[in-house]
Design a protein around this ligand. Structure first.
Ligand SMILES: [Zn+2]
Length: 381
């Protein structure tokens, strides 16, 4: 789904998914028509609506602060943050890499819930400073905001990977076992267990049983949805962990094509593709201009060009220019190379040694290894 850009904070774009407007609308509606009229009867519908609107806007600002806390720690450890996205289940920071050390992960994960709990304390503090009353609309708004931030902080601390608490849990297991993969696996299974518990409680709540966490059909349905979302995320993490392990024995040098043929940028695609693609669809050329590497041209790119254009297209016009490529040393683990490719949407990466390009690694070659290991289906690759 397309996201809408709200602006940027600390250099990180803040995006909003269309699904978020649904959450925004429903929350405002429930607050204005149910929650506030129940709590604060002596006010007009207009006042309730205003209270609801202020509450929701400040709560989403709180969620952005929670995400900014994760992102700020990530940036402090030089881990790039692509964006912060608000969606129907709250917020998520697109942090491009995993932390290199357990302690980094611990601090990065715990920063968000800590900020939520502090915000909860701050809203409560403001309410106290203003007299801790129950006669003004603001009193109810402040209490609601304090309460929601505390719930957000505590809920996120559940040891359910990939939620914050699950990351904290993983970092601790990682610290103790010194085994990142095992830690991820344990934390992800804990995440799945908690997800199933949520869904069970949600069903019970939806059927009218009074379980502590959900005592209404709406609360129950919501818990089921969150459980489903979490179960899916935990399962994805397990799969991803398996992919990383399957690739662990390879470095970029192992899977690269060494010294691909070098061609001139002025050559036509026809002369490079015709008769060649049928035999070797994975053919890759280095394209040179003025004796320097100008880009990479692969079989996939050539195959994507309609054959009737092959004669008029030059290698230079069809290649991926060097400026758009990111090189990798041949020692780099293939799992990291793949992540880098996914992050930057690349199909190939030149492999360099001592400042010289010695080969090229294609995303398809890496996916081929995963296919052979039975971890992805042919359809996906
Ligand atoms: Zn968080």
């Amino acid at each position: 789904m397309r996201t809408i850009r709200l602006g940027s904070l600390l250099g990180i774009p803040i995006l909003v998914s269309p699904s978020w407007f649904l959450l925004f609308g429903i929350t405002t509606f429930l607050l204005a028509t149910q929650v506030y009229p129940d709590l604060y009867e002596d006010a007009s519908a207009g006042t309730h609506l205003l209270m609801a609107a202020v509450s929701v806007v400040l709560f989403f600002a709180s969620i952005i602060l929670h995400e900014l806390a994760h992102s700020a720690v990530a940036k402090a450890y030089k881990i790039p943050v692509k964006s912060i996205t608000l969606f129907i289940f709250g917020g998520v920071s697109q942090i491009t890499r995993e932390a290199a050390r357990p302690l980094h992960e611990l601090l990065m994960a715990i920063a968000g819930p800590v900020v939520s709990l502090l915000l909860g304390g701050a809203f409560l503090g403001i309410w106290f400073v203003l007299g801790a009353g129950d006669s003004r609309p603001l009193d109810y708004v402040l209490i609601w905001l304090a309460w929601m931030n505390v719930i957000l902080g505590v809920f996120n601390l559940l040891p359910a990977f990939p939620m914050d608490g699950g990351r904290v849990f993983r970092s601790l297991v990682w610290l103790v076992t010194r085994n990142y993969n095992r830690a991820t696996s344990i934390a992800a299974w804990s995440g799945r267990g908690i997800a199933w518990a949520m869904m069970t409680a949600g069903f019970a709540g939806a059927l009218g049983y009074n379980v502590l966490v959900a005592d209404s059909p709406v609360g129950g349905a919501w818990l089921i949805l969150i459980g489903l979302f979490l179960e899916n995320a935990a399962r994805q993490s397990l799969l991803q962990n398996k992919l990383v392990q399957a690739l662990a024995k390879y470095s970029a040098g192992d899977l690269m094509v060494s010294d691909p043929p070098v061609v001139e940028g002025t050559m036509s695609v026809a002369s490079l593709a015709r008769g060649v693609l049928e035999i070797n669809p994975r053919v890759t050329y280095f394209v040179e201009e003025d004796g320097k590497l100008a880009g990479i041209l692969s079989g996939y790119q050539m195959a994507a060009i309609p054959e009737k254009e092959w004669d008029s297209r030059t290698a230079a016009s069809a290649m991926v220019p060097s400026a758009d490529l990111r090189a990798t040393p041949k020692e780099k683990l293939v799992s990291e190379v793949l992540l880098d490719m996914e992050t930057h949407d690349l199909l190939h990466m030149p492999v360099v040694e001592n400042g010289r390009v010695i080969g090229v690694i294609a995303r398809d070659r890496i996916l081929g290894v995963l296919r052979q290991a039975g971890l992805i289906s042919a359809a996906r690759a």
